[in-house]
Design a protein around this ligand. Sequence first.
Ligand code: FAD
Length: 400
Amino acid sequence: MDFDPPAAVRPLLEKYERFVRETVMPAEHEVLEKGFAASDQLLRDLRGKAKAAGLWAPQLPKDVGGLGLSLVEHGLVSERLGHSPLGHYVCGAQAPDAGNAEILHKYGTGEQKSKWLEPLARGDMRSCFSMTEPENPGSNPTMMSCTARRDGDHYVIDGHKWFTSSADGAAFAIVMAVTNPEASPHARASMIIVPTDSPGYERVRNIKIMGDAGDAWASHAEIWYRGVRVPVTNRLGAEGAGFLIAQERLGPGRIHHCMRWIGICERVFDTMCRRISTRQIAEESHQTLASRQIAQAWVAEARAEINASRLMVLHAAWTIENKGFQMAREEVSLIKFYVANAMLKLVDRAIQLHGALGITSDTVLAHYYVHERGARIYDGPDEVHKMVVAKRILGKYQQS
Ligand SMILES: Cc1cc2nc3c(=O)[nH]c(=O)nc-3n(C[C@H](O)[C@H](O)[C@H](O)COP(=O)(O)OP(=O)(O)OC[C@H]3O[C@@H](n4cnc5c(N)ncnc54)[C@H](O)[C@@H]3O)c2cc1C
């Protein structure tokens, strides 16, 4: 078993690491302070540099301008991009566009590809994915109120959604709506492309996340769809195939997220180790925080958990790639809750060791504390993933 990154991508990984460190990180503070809309020109410039350096859209197939990396290879890239909160965005690998591009590539018609996928892949437009509803449990999305009623060669969509990430400034939403109410729960909904300038589409607000509403790509919106008419040709895939396509979107998506979180862990770990190695806490022999056992224990525990996380995620990616998503369901659920918790524990401990500085915006830690807490909730809350894993394991005991 070879634990080295594949030889073909090693130089690329080094290039990503350097690009993020030397080009992206210096812009971080300004963008996070001013917001994404006010930093538009700066972000465009950075994206231009990523394209010029051959680092654009690592996850996309080559026929739409991406690097055509495998899931394992892209996972390794995603970790490097995760070293900065801007990394994925600057290199055209950000959620939810990455997942939307993936399903448009697989299920889109020729017309949908030229109208939506190609500009999305170039970074000329953004998109969002609109499934969760405030009135229904997102953890069981088959309980969905949004409907898409057929009216001749159109659908008429009515529904209330929230936590539609990046809707602010998006050109289109991929909306999950019930098209087949009489079908079995997992065959009731379809995915439908809705241009955000359609009459009846209303972005009510960007929802405040622990006090911060964000903007542009870095936001989560509440949206009403009131009698929104779109042609039937805007449906993605077969009628009633919404959940099937959603599963395909979520499998690789969880690998991308988990590897991004490992990138965050490495950044936070580095920030924490630097701080405790220089922060003097006693006069005698210039003792720093690093001389204290509690800090040492947290360093060692974090290292173990990051390394364990990486091996688990790469194994899950390898399983999806070599055996298919169905064979990787347990692995994908394991990494989803394990890595999210490892990351959040580390962020919290790093803040603690920074003292008051940790909760300011003078380091990147507070940004992660606020904006990554959702990791234990989206793409399936911890509890649901633990239930999936436990049921599979215990099922084997019941059979024997
Ligand atoms: C940062 C962020 C970004 C998001 N982006 C998007 C997006 O772009 N598009 C989109 O459509 N949605 C998005 N979501 C929504 C997300 O998918 C839902 O929040 C998630 O599915 C959970 O649904 P819910 O919030 O309705 O919680 P609920 O379903 O109400 O669950 C609440 C809690 O109950 C517990 N729980 C639920 N089910 C079980 C169970 N079976 N057993 C035990 N405990 C359980 C869990 O602790 C869970 O956190 C985003 C959410 C966040 C936080």
